[in-house]
Ligand binder design. Structure first.
Ligand code: RAT
Ligand code: ZN
Length: 423
């Protein structure tokens, strides 16, 4: 009798890069933080070349090239803005920044010819796509299984959807984003009053109980995979401030009750240049103590976190080593550049092994998932070839299925398992 062939294969040093490339190319991704919407949200789902060109990352780069008054730009139509950005960043200069190259990667991966430099031809192509087929195609090209949206109950456009929700494409998951509730209580408590919650400006016992009811209602309404908030570098915990009290007495009990993580995105200084609107936010280095305090004081709560400042990444890895209820994710926003993804992922792999989520896309425009994942994948292949080759060099044996298991965990499994875990 011939020996039964195993479908698992040993991985040899000489085939390592090819094997890792193949595995990354075949593993479907869960993109755990985006600003995309399912097609049933209508106009909220942004797509197409004009949206790609007017991405706020490119708006910031555009204003570095021009003396145009800010208001002139904001008064233009979307198409005119896209024309101006195309002219300044792609024609009058070479599009080598990460955000510019991203547009080129998208065009290339969708089969368009970047050598033509014909913006109107690209527009025509996008105009011919039906959104349902286009979403399928983008998911396929980007290798995506699922994306998590960012859902804000204070956003008037989104609120309308949730008041009479249509069916949501099952590849799109929700997250409950509570920046407005947590960071702007004094300005917005009257909105909760108008929605039937008995709250006051002062965070009395009754008000906190009503905030808990509000958060619970939204969790039950939209069924988020996590609750999220972005925070400035000065964030502290515990903190005797509205945000500190709301987090501790309203958010933590509710997320614990529903056993869903609170995702903390720390290090953003909002609006340092208001003229730039969405593009006007900046970065600051934060302390890791507040996160350590949260995890230590609330061991049965689950936390995910990402930091915006490069300077915070090393201490963030050390903090994550201390708490199993804390899951680091992504190279956020200004860190989502290949040189930094390489540094950050290597550091995380060395300090945390396979127990983190290397990346999320933060895509705001549908097709951006193509470039954000393509560029990240290239870096991950390089980083993991190096990490696995170092253990092969000791004589350790690896099989393809073992690498597949690890990659599947990185690109989704770690997230889904964390959601299921209960401490
Ligand atoms: O990356 C971005 O597009 C930023 O504007 C923010 O949305 C950031 O990712 C956030 O979620 O606050
Ligand atoms: Zn984001």
């Amino acid at each position: 009798m011939p020996e039964k062939m195993s479908d698992d294969m040993p991985v040899l040093m000489e085939n390592l890069t090819d094997t890792i490339r193949k595995i990354f190319n075949e593993t479907l991704i869960t993109d755990i933080h985006t600003h995309l919407y399912a097609p049933s949200f209508g106009n909220l789902l942004l797509w197409g070349i004009d949206e790609l060109l007017t991405y706020h990352y490119l708006v910031a780069e555009f204003f570095r090239t021009t003396e145009m008054p800010y208001s002139n730009f904001w008064n233009m139509s979307k198409k005119e803005q896209a024309n101006a950005i195309w002219q300044a960043l792609f024609i009058e200069r070479s599009p080598i920044s990460e955000a510019c190259r991203g547009v080129l990667t998208v065009l290339k991966q969708l089969g368009l010819d970047t050598a033509e430099r014909d913006l109107n031809a690209y527009r025509d192509w996008f105009a011919q796509q039906s959104i349902a087929d286009h979403v399928n195609r983008v998911f396929e090209v980007a290798n995506l299984k699922a994306v998590v949206m960012t859902n804000d109950p204070f956003d008037p456009n989104e609120r309308d959807f949730w008041l009479s929700p249509a069916e949501i494409d099952t590849r799109f998951f929700t997250s409950l984003r509570l920046d407005t509730l947590i960071l702007r209580w004094v300005e917005i408590y009257t909105m909760l009053q108008a929605w039937g919650y008995t709250v006051d400006k002062d965070l009395t016992e009754e008000t906190l109980s009503e905030i808990r009811r509000f958060v619970s209602d939204w969790i039950q309404k939209i069924k988020p995979v996590y609750v999220a908030v972005s925070l400035p570098p000065q964030f502290d915990f515990p903190e005797h401030s509205p945000r500190g009290i709301i987090i501790e007495q309203a958010i933590l009990p509710v997320t614990k009750f529903f056993n869903i993580p609170l995702a903390l995105m720390i290090g953003v200084n909002r609006n340092v240049n208001p003229e730039l609107k969405l593009a006007g936010d900046s970065v600051g280095t934060a302390s890791l103590r507040p996160i350590e305090n949260l995890c230590e004081k609330y061991p049965q709560n689950k936390f995910m976190f990402t930091m915006l400042s490069r300077e915070n990444i090393h201490s963030a890895c050390v903090t994550a080593r201390k708490f199993r209820n804390l899951l680091p994710f992504g190279c956020w926003w200004f860190l989502n550049n290949p040189s930094l993804i390489e540094e950050i992922t290597s550091m995380r792999a060395e300090l945390l092994g396979t127990t983190f989520i290397p990346q999320h896309s933060d895509a705001r425009v549908l097709e951006q998932v193509i470039y954000k994942w393509e560029h990240t994948r290239e870096v991950l292949i390089k980083v993991y070839t190096e990490q696995y080759s170092k253990i092969l060099a000791t004589g350790w044996k690896l099989t393809e299925n073992e690498i597949k298991r690890d990659v599947a965990n990185y690109l989704g499994g770690n997230f889904w398992k964390f959601l299921e875990s209960k401490f």
